[in-house]
Design a protein around this ligand. Structure first.
Ligand code: SAM
Length: 282
């Protein structure tokens, strides 16, 4: 049996690392996450051949360790997601949201949608499928439609970009949609599903830390930022919500997760229904 080196995470190590994580990406790790931090980062220390958490922290705060900060985010972020999670948002888009977006004052059919904190891609792919169905699968070649999927973790973005999912992860997608939007293939003992290019081609994935300035030149018709802010402190939530507001077109929609709320946050959004907001027109 292989024996792994056991690392000790002292109170000081835990505090140092969690405040560095909070400063960098806004994620607040509660005391209950101590074991999780220990387990996930021990693996990283082993890979790097580093002797202790203290040494790892010193390595991280040195100016030349940007790449390791990315690895740290990969290790500690929580990436739970699924296709058509919180379906009420996709239903709302189909029934009302998309028709408002497509009939908006800027009906040039230059449509920009953003899944902020997209994890392994299920959310932007669900959005693309909902949109294609709304358009009756019309080839959107004549329209300029782009969906952006961003996340802080390069690990999840790699998976999102591949667009390949095991059978259990697509199980809840109705069979006709699965056939329409995925190619099934066998690998080893299992069956997998690859998102078809008609869906994939609508989406661009890139790394973006929501705590940093946004690099966008254009504004969005819709931003989904669901189950991301839940890990942030209040001040960070408020500043992020206002930053996202500035990135929307007038009339643009903003959706958050059902365990999140804008209550108590100073922000200018118009309330549509629980978890759905809109930027005021004019
Ligand atoms: C729980 S997942 C939610 C995924 C998807 N939005 C959903 O609701 O199913 C949260 C995602 O937010 C990302 N995240 C956390 N902090 C972030 C930050 N500061 N900038 C960008 N993404 C972040 C995590 O890496 C993770 O993939």
């Amino acid at each position: 049996m292989i024996k792994f080196k056991q690392y000790v995470l002292t109170d000081e190590d835990f505090e140092n690392l969690r405040s560095l994580i909070y400063k960098t990406c806004g994620i607040h790790l509660s005391d209950a996450k101590r074991d999780l931090m220990h387990a996930r980062l021990s693996r990283r220390l082993r890979q790097l051949g580093i002797e202790s958490f203290r040494e790892y922290y010193q390595f991280l705060i040195r100016g030349d360790s940007k790449a390791e900060m990315v690895q740290l985010m990969n290790a500690i972020s929580t990436n739970l997601t699924s296709f058509f999670r919180e379906p009420v948002h996709f239903e709302y888009l189909t029934k009302e949201g998309f028709s408002e977006i497509f009939a908006g004052p800027q009906s040039s059919l230059r449509i920009r949608l953003w899944s902020a904190g997209c994890s392994t891609g299920e959310e932007p792919y669900s959005l693309a499928i909902t949109l294609l169905k709304y358009l009756h699968l019309r080839n959107p070649a004549g329209m300029d439609i782009r969906i952006l999927g961003t996340d802080i973790s390069t690990r999840v973005l790699k998976e999102a970009t591949s667009g390949v999912y095991s059978e259990d992860r697509v199980a809840k997608i109705p069979e006709p949609d699965r056939r329409q939007f995925f190619d099934k293939f066998k690998r080893g003992e299992g069956h997998y599903y690859r998102v078809k290019n008609s869906v994939k081609n609508l989406i661009t994935f890139r790394r973006l830390n929501l705590m940093e300035p946004f690099p966008f030149k254009e504004v969005f018709d819709l931003i989904l930022c669901r189950n991301v802010m839940i890990y942030f402190g209040r001040a960070r939530q408020e500043s992020l919500v206002n930053k996202l507001y500035d990135c929307l077109k007038p009339g643009g929609f903003f959706m958050i997760g059902h365990s999140e709320s804008l209550t108590g946050i100073n922000q200018p959004f118009e309330y549509i229904m629980p978890t759905i907001y809109r930027k005021k027109i004019g």
